[in-house]
Design a protein around this ligand. Structure first.
Ligand code: PLP
Length: 360
């Protein structure tokens, strides 16, 4: 028997596997998971019932065209069906966008730090990541990102609001940036946290995309709609891009359970968005309390806050965990803390207060 292992693509060498937020310990006294930007509320009754009904047909493949979901989305956003494509979470759709645009020799630009999947999916595609540091205020440096465009650039991610900082880019600066980007470079507006935005100066990507054929918008049911476990997201993009997404999709990737639950969520939108409203109130409370405690916290429009803790990050995360709150550390940089239910936020604020006192 030969000793050599199968030949794998060299691009995979050194690519880290995606690191999910740690789950809460099952055996501690209290354990709140504030590490994955999930919605703390369980699915609404109508959503649950639709999922249970779909479970009766597990022996069948799902509707590959996601017909009902697509038509619901087309009506809701006022876009043609041909401009829509679904996938296994918006990260699945992002990977399809890379497959459709980028390969060895090409460049993909994104801010850094931003969503940790970008470097992974870029390198898996074989393209070269071009990371443009956030400004000192933890905001996308769109001028520097436009300056980084070369003949090789194929795709640019703009994460709005940015994960993990929660910061946003506003309409005028985004328009100015898009005017500078060549029309053959795809700009992906990743709006995973769109429903949490309350700043009216932050543009809705769906309005921006309409007269810009090189803009694609990514949305997800994982965050505000609370369906992270079902893996369904979608893109709104002009036809050549949306058509390419249908070609690069894993056949039958979006389960019937996910499709039906997504449709039911859209129909239960008032209640769902009421819950989002509560989280937005909690976000304001958490932000204000942290600032009152003496922390510097960037203004956030997402369902999380960012504490730039530098070398103290790992220690902070460990203390939080001991006290029953799991946060998301980025060692050496900072910690991202999801806004959860009020009791979880109270506990986190108490731990943050005690930790900050020790810093002084
Ligand atoms: C900015 C951003 N985009 C996309 C995603 C992916 O979400 P999903 O694949 O669950 O739709 C996330 C999840 O954390 C995110 O933070």
């Amino acid at each position: 028997m030969s000793e050599t292992s199968p030949k794998l693509r060299a691009e995979l060498d050194g690519i880290p596997t995606y690191k999910p937020g740690r789950p809460a310990a099952a055996d501690g006294p209290v354990a709140y998971k504030l590490s994955s930007n999930e919605n703390p509320y369980p699915p609404l009754p109508g959503v649950l019932e639709s999922a249970v009904a779909a479970a009766h047909n597990f022996n069948r493949y799902p509707d590959m065209a996601c017909t009902e979901l697509m038509s619901e989305l087309a009506d809701r956003y006022g876009v043609p069906l041909s401009h829509l494509a679904t996938g296994t979470g918006s990260v699945g759709v992002a990977q399809q966008l890379l497959q459709a645009t980028s390969g060895p020799g090409d460049e993909v630009i994104y801010a850094w730090r931003s969503f940790e999947a970008y470097p992974i999916i870029t390198r898996v595609s074989g393209a070269t990541p071009v990371q443009v540091p956030l400004t000192a205020g933890d905001v996308h440096d769109l001028d520097a990102m436009a300056d980084a465009v070369t003949d090789r650039t194929r795709l640019i991610f703009v994460c709005n609001p940015n994960n993990p900082t929660g910061t946003v880019v506003r309409r005028a600066e985004l328009e100015r940036f898009l005017d500078r980007v060549p029309s053959d470079v795809l700009v992906v507006l990743d709006e995973a946290y769109r429903e949490f935005i309350r700043d009216p100066a932050v543009p809705d990507g769906v309005e921006i995309y309409r007269d810009r054929p090189n803009v694609a918008v990514l949305r997800t049911f994982s965050k505000a709609y609370g369906l992270a476990g079902l893996r369904v997201g979608f893109a709104i993009a002009h036809e050549p891009v949306a058509a390419a997404l249908r070609k690069t999709a894993v056949p039958f990737g979006v389960t019937q359970l996910a499709q039906d639950a997504a449709v039911a969520s859209l129909r239960a939108e008032d209640e769902l968005l009421g819950r989002v409203g509560m989280l937005v109130c909690e976000r304001a409370r958490v932000h204000e309390d942290l600032v009152g405690q003496g922390w510097t916290v960037p203004e956030t429009q997402a369902n999380f806050v960012w504490l730039r803790l530098g070398e103290r990050t790992a220690e902070f995360a460990a203390v939080c965990e001991q006290e029953g709150v799991v946060v998301r550390p980025f060692p050496g940089e900072g910690a991202r803390i999801t806004i959860g239910e009020p009791e979880a936020n109270d506990l986190f604020l108490r731990v943050a207060r005690d930790f900050h006192k020790k810093l002084l």
